[in-house]
Design a protein around this ligand. Structure first.
Ligand code: PLP
Length: 364
């Protein structure tokens, strides 16, 4: 096969079990963005079987796909701009997040239109200045009191949970508690309070509340290798292995320029391999030779620029790799997703999430 992603569902199960051992809160498995590139429905089913009692998605379409696949677990969708089909969401038993007065109005109206009370989670901005209620809070408190919605949850999101010593984390939690008290002050007592993402799950038990929202670490990756340590340090098992076929192996002399712009030149007579993946598949275009592939028992660093459908690695003159061999692009043997992230100046989240849909996912 030209290129494929292998997803190890047993690793996902083990990562959920590890989190289970660290918290007594309910676990919400975050499966947005095609389960961080691992495949929405297979991962969601595995997560529910492994003890996650909730599923979380950004887009409503993602939640609807889960319902269409027969999944019955509660689902929260938290990125629903005003044009979203709230009626469909309510009819499909998808919990909605409310980040503004406008959303409250639209969701109440949709609930009336379909004759069913919407289930909602009130989102507040506690210092990230991204989603959630902030300036409209006082007005919102008046509006939500008596509104035709069931307030199931109250939640916020950390900006800097991967820096556990940051005072910003304490400040966000303080804001959260005081806003919650104000909500309770108008007689609304949500059953499920939630705040923690992976980094907070791993480092900040006081943030766990009723539900923890587990994303990157369910997939076996560290939320931040620099501040929290690697997957191995955290006892997580990366679930994704990316493999690609060698389209061509050939000998080239020393001094051969490689790829567009001739940004690198071979330093010796060597063997190169053309790997059948490129930036159209989600391989970052800007990488240094600190990433590469593992093939024929050795690491082969990337050389030259990544093209749309292919990139070149330097196998070294002694390599036994051959045209048609399958190389590991990232995985347990050679380079990790973290190695690719640092080579591209990004984070592991972006590496796994951007593997394109034209790359098939295979489950073990
Ligand atoms: C993506 C996301 C998460 C999961 O974050 P991780 O760092 O991947 O654990 C949790 N909550 C919300 C609202 C998110 O958007």
């Amino acid at each position: 096969m030209r290129a494929f992603v292998q997803v190890d569902l047993a690793a996902i199960k083990n990562n959920i079990a590890l989190v289970r051992s660290k918290t007594s809160s309910q676990i919400l498995a975050v499966v947005k963005a095609d389960a961080y590139g691992h495949g929405l429905v297979p991962v969601a089913k595995c997560a529910v079987e492994s003890g996650a009692s909730w599923l979380g998605v950004a887009l409503l379409e993602e939640g609807l796909t889960l319902r269409e696949s027969g999944i019955k677990a509660p689902i929260i969708s938290w990125l629903t701009p005003p044009s979203s089909d709230f009626k469909k969401a309510i009819q499909s038993d998808i919990d909605l997040s409310i980040p503004s007065l406008k959303h409250l109005e639209l969701i109440v109206a949709a609930g009336k239109a379909v004759g069913k009370r919407p289930r909602v989670h009130i989102e507040i901005d506690t210092g990230m200045s991204r989603g959630g209620l902030l300036g409209e809070w006082e007005e919102f408190l008046i509006a939500v009191k008596g509104a035709e919605v069931d307030v199931i949850g109250f939640w916020s999101h950390f900006a800097r949970a991967d820096e556990p010593d940051q005072v910003a984390n304490v400040n966000q939690l303080t804001q959260f508690e005081s806003k919650l008290a104000e909500l309770q002050g108008v007689g609304i007592n949500p059953e499920f309070i939630h705040f923690a993402n992976s980094a907070a799950i791993l480092t900040n038990p006081s943030s766990h509340k009723d539900i923890v929202r587990l994303g990157i670490s369910m997939y076996g990756l560290s939320p931040d290798v620099k501040t929290l340590g690697s997957s191995i340090n955290l006892e997580l098992e990366p679930a994704m292995t990316l493999k690609a076929e060698l389209h061509l192996v050939k000998r080239v002399p020393a001094g051969s320029p490689v790829g567009y712009g001739a940004t690198q030149v071979t330093s010796r007579d060597t063997k190169l391999a053309i790997v059948a993946m490129g930036y159209a598949d989600g391989i970052p275009r800007s990488t240094s030779d600190s990433a590469g592939v593992f093939v024929a028992g050795a690491k082969a660093p990337i050389i030259g620029r990544v093209s749309m459908d292919q990139f070149v690695v330097d196998l070294g003159p002694e390599s036994t790799a051959q045209t048609g061999d399958i190389a590991e692009v990232f995985g347990a043997l050679g380079y990790s997703a973290d190695d690719w992230a640092s080579a591209a100046g990004t984070i592991n989240y972006e590496i796994v999430t951007r593997i394109a849909t034209r790359v098939p996912r295979i489950y073990a």
